[in-house]
Structure formats: structure tokens, C-alpha cells
Design a protein around this ligand. Structure first.
Ligand SMILES: NC(=O)c1ccc[n+]([C@@H]2O[C@H](COP(=O)([O-])OP(=O)(O)OC[C@H]3O[C@@H](n4cnc5c(N)ncnc54)[C@H](O)[C@@H]3O)[C@@H](O)[C@H]2O)c1
Length: 437
């Protein structure tokens, strides 16, 4: 990845556009405004709270990431988005039930001003939802044109210098690549033909990339993970990233599994079940949307544990993931894991995890970091898949011929080494033998 421009202090405002103003997006927007007003702290955000070690351990150079590398500042962010419901962000934030009304009310006037634009939506791709705030057009291509008008108007109205788009809308049904996805001209023709292999999320991604707006996919949908849109990203010099924000149970898996492998502890089975009661849970109650999520959650262990390299430890482990829609729990998901491991001489052990997590609280800082890092990537001329942002995703996108890196600690090292590389600092290898010469 070539650095075309040296990173300099960005000027002007960064607009963050989100298809889907639901629990994640509203928790993110409300949170940013609360932090800007000094009402709360941006816990969980690497761009706001993370540090980076530079040079040797004896040098004591550990600046904050945001001081080390010029990033867009929280004060320079503007927000916009689309939804199939007309509620403004204040109403949507209350409906999501994640944050306390007291906090939402403290930033109410700001939130009320953010009103969703009409969505590109088709109930065949999210079976559990039906909305009224939806665009009309004769085909996907025309609808993409309407989204581009929205993007243009938003940029002008909010006086933004740069934009990024982050998919925070519901999980679409499971889809596989077809011939329509293989190159840009087939994809554009398929949009004009209203081909069913084009999903609404792809129409948003196409509109963003056509306008040179970086795009990240926070859900497990296929969306930009197809050759046609990768081609468009490369052609227009736009960075892209995905898929599926790494929160909750999968975050725990990518923390624990590398530890088991490091200590050569075997795995017989990993059973994961969840109850959640938000709209995301309701959408995932549909088997076709659940399949998209299931694929995303299941692949993690295979890649981390490498059963082909360690057959005695990881061949044939049983891995099951369930998500159950249980309305009383709202956004406060409960995730149980039962892990059957074995150690020395094959003696079995068990680990039980009961994670009482808050999905959107874990996802919101990811949206913030992705927006800020994708903007950095574009300013310095990075384009196509941003593998260094794998840290934030359950199913990281990767170049054809590679395999994804799921281990959270390798992902973090990759991210920080990329920042060092951008600034011309030495990579950190942790070899450290020079201290003992
Ligand atoms: N919360 C997490 O921790 C987490 C983690 C990983 C991935 N995700 C994914 O992020 C997405 C958002 O999660 P959430 O909890 O905010 O869900 P949510 O249901 O609260 O919000 C999604 C919003 O998208 C809207 N929507 C659906 N289709 C749309 C379209 N075509 N255009 C515009 N808007 C549309 C819905 O009306 C809804 O308001 C989901 O796909 C979810 O699977 C969430």
C-alpha cells in the first residue's frame, strides 16, 4: 500500500453518512455529542484514547494516537443518514433504548435536527421489516442516482470537506456471488435490469464509491465484498473496509482462542448462545438474515485455530452459534459460551462465560474509529480493502488468495504498525535482543 500524500492536519468538516439510523448509529451520534459537550468519555475508542509506542522501550515515547498522526477531530464531525422510518435521531435514540433518557435529553436539540433521508429498501432482503420512508425509482441504478443526489446535498448543506459512509442498517439475507458481481460493467447492467442479486446495501455502496466516498460495512451482508465494487474502489481511489462490527461474543472468541492456541490447549467444542431483544434481534429471527450472521460468526475459530496445522488439537471441534430473539432483554444482550478444552495428556476442562454485554455500547466507538481511520486512509491515498482495519470486524475483508487474520492481537499490531509506517517510524517486531547485547 503506497502512501501518496504525507498525512497533514485535515481542514474542514468530515461528514459521516450512515444507512440505518437504529441502535448502533444513534448510540454513536448521541455519544459523540455527549463527549463534545463534556458529559461523558469516549471509552472503547482507539482514536480518542489509544496510545502507540514508538522506537525502543528505553526511549519512553508513547504518544496518544491522535497526537501522533493527524486525524479528524470529534468537533469536526457532522452526521447524516437514511432509514425506512421517519423518526429523527432523538426519537430513534429513545426507541433504541440503549442510552438513558437523561443523557439523550441533554443533547436533544442537536439530535432532533438529524432527520433520516428516504431509504433504498426492499423487504425481500430484510424479511422482518417494512418501512414507509422509502425511495421510489424504476430500477437500482436510478435509485443509486438518487442516493448520489442525497450525498451531494448533504455535503453542501453541512459544508463538509470530506465524507465517509458506514453501513449501520439491518442485516440482509444471505447472498452468494453471482456473475452480476464479477465486474463493474456487469454490475451496472444488473442494476439497470433490477437483477435480484443486487441488494439495497450494494446500491448504497455503489453510490458512495461512485462519489469517491470511503465505505465500511458494519453488518455481515455481502455488500462491497464483491469484485465489481472492489474494482470501483480501486478505479476511484477509495478505501473500503468490512464486514460486521466485532462486538460481544465474537470479540470474546478472538480474545480467548489465540490464548488457547498459544498454550497448545485443544478444543472439543464451543457452544455459543445469545438472547437479545432489540430490532437487530428481531431481524436476525428470520432464518435468512440469521444465516448471514451465522456464517460471519462461525468462520472466526477455524481461521484462528488452524485445524490443518494442529490436527491433534483442533480437528473436528464442534462449533455452534445460536441467536434467540427475546424482547424483554432489549439491547442488553446476554451471551453464554460453554467451551470444552483439553490439556496435558488429554484431560478435559470447561470454561463458561456469561457476558452481559451491551451491543451498541461496544459498536459505537468502532463506528467512530472507522470513520476517522477511513478518512485518514483516503487523505494519504490508500485505496481498496484496508486490511489494517480488520481489528474492527468479525469477517475482515481480504485480498483474493489470502486468508483473513482474526486474532485480535495480531490485528492490533497490524493497525499500529500501519500507523508507524504512515509516519515513517520503525515497525515494532518485539524481538528486543538489542537490550541484552
Ligand atoms: N450492535 C452491535 O454490536 C453490532 C455488531 C455487529 C454488527 N451489527 C450490525 O449493525 C447493524 C445495525 O445494528 P443495530 O443494532 O443498530 O440494528 P437496528 O435494527 O437498531 O438498526 C438498523 C436500522 O436500519 C434500518 N434499515 C434497514 N434496512 C435499511 C435500508 N435498506 N436503508 C436504510 N435503513 C435501513 C432499520 O429501519 C433500523 O432502524 C445490523 O446489521 C447489525 O447486525 C451490530
Amino acid at each position: 500500500m503506497e502512501i501518496k500524500e504525507k498525512p497533514t492536519k485535515p481542514k474542514g468538516k468530515l461528514g459521516i453518512l450512515m444507512p440505518g439510523l437504529g441502535a448502533v448509529a444513534t448510540t454513536f451520534i448521541t455519544g459523540v455529542e455527549a463527549v463534545r459537550k463534556g458529559l461523558a468519555e469516549p471509552f472503547g475508542s482507539l482514536t480518542q484514547m489509544g496510545t502507540i509506542r514508538l522506537g525502543k522501550r528505553t526511549e519512553n515515547r508513547v504518544p496518544a494516537i491522535k497526537e501522533f498522526i493527524p486525524l479528524a477531530e470529534m468537533d469536526d464531525l457532522e452526521f447524516g443518514g437514511w432509514d425506512i422510518f421517519e423518526d429523527n435521531v432523538y426519537e430513534a435514540s429513545l426507541n433504541a433504548g440503549v442510552l438513558k433518557k437523561g443523557m439523550i435529553d441533554q443533547v436533544r436539540p442537536f439530535l432532533e435536527k438529524i432527520k433520516p433521508m428516504k431509504a433504498v429498501f426492499d423487504n425481500n432482503y430484510v424479511k422482518k421489516l417494512n418501512g414507509t420512508w422509502v425511495k421510489e425509482g424504476k430500477n437500482w441504478f436510478e435509485l443509486a442516482g438518487q442516493l448520489m443526489d442525497d450525498i451531494r446535498n448533504f455535503k453542501e448543506e453541512k459544508n463538509c470537506d470530506r465524507l465517509v459512509m458506514i453501513w449501520c442498517a439491518s442485516t440482509e439475507i444471505f447472498m452468494e456471488q453471482t456473475s452480476a458481481h464479477q465486474d463493474l460493467s456487469s454490475f451496472e447492467q444488473a442494476m439497470k435490469d433490477n437483477d435480484p442479486s443486487i441488494a439495497p446495501s450494494m446500491v448504497y455502496a455503489y453510490a458512495a464509491l461512485s462519489m469517491k466516498v470511503p465505505f465500511a460495512n458494519g453488518a455481515p451482508n455481502l455488500t462491497i465484498d464483491i469484485p465489481a465494487l472492489r474494482e470501483l474502489a480501486m478505479k476511484n481511489n477509495v478505501p473500503i473496509a468490512g464486514k460486521d462490527f466485532k462486538t460481544g461474543q465474537t470479540l470474546m472468541k478472538t480474545i480467548l482462542a489465540p490464548g488457547f492456541k498459544a498454550r497448545l490447549l485443544g478444543l472439543n467444542g464451543w457452544f455459543s448462545t445469545n438472547i437479545l431483544g432489540n430490532r437487530d434481534g428481531e431481524v436476525l429471527d428470520d432464518p435468512e438474515s440469521f444465516k448471514t450472521k451465522e456464517e460471519s460468526k462461525l468462520s472466526v475459530l477455524e481461521y484462528i485455530l488452524q485445524p490443518d496445522v494442529y490436527p491433534e488439537l483442533y480437528k473436528d471441534f464442534y462449533h455452534k452459534v445460536r441467536i434467540n430473539y427475546y424482547p424483554p432483554r432489549g439491547d442488553n444482550k446476554e451471551g453464554w459460551d460453554n467451551i470444552d478444552i483439553f490439556g496435558w495428556l488429554g484431560y478435559p476442562m470447561q470454561i463458561k462465560i456469561d457476558f452481559l454485554c451491551r451491543d451498541s455500547i461496544l459498536a459505537a466507538p468502532i463506528v467512530l474509529d472507522l470513520a476517522i481511520f477511513l478518512d485518514l486512509a483516503q487523505r494519504i491515498g490508500f485505496r481498496g480493502i484496508q486490511e489494517w482495519l480488520s481489528f474492527y470486524f468479525k469477517s475482515p475483508m481480504y485480498a483474493p488468495g489470502l486468508y483473513p487474520e482474526h486474532d485480535l492481537f495480531i490485528q492490533l499490531m497490524k493497525l499500529k504498525n500501519t500507523l508507524r509506517y504512515i509516519k515513517g517510524e520503525d515497525m515494532i517486531t518485539h524481538l528486543g535482543h538489542e537490550y541484552y547485547d
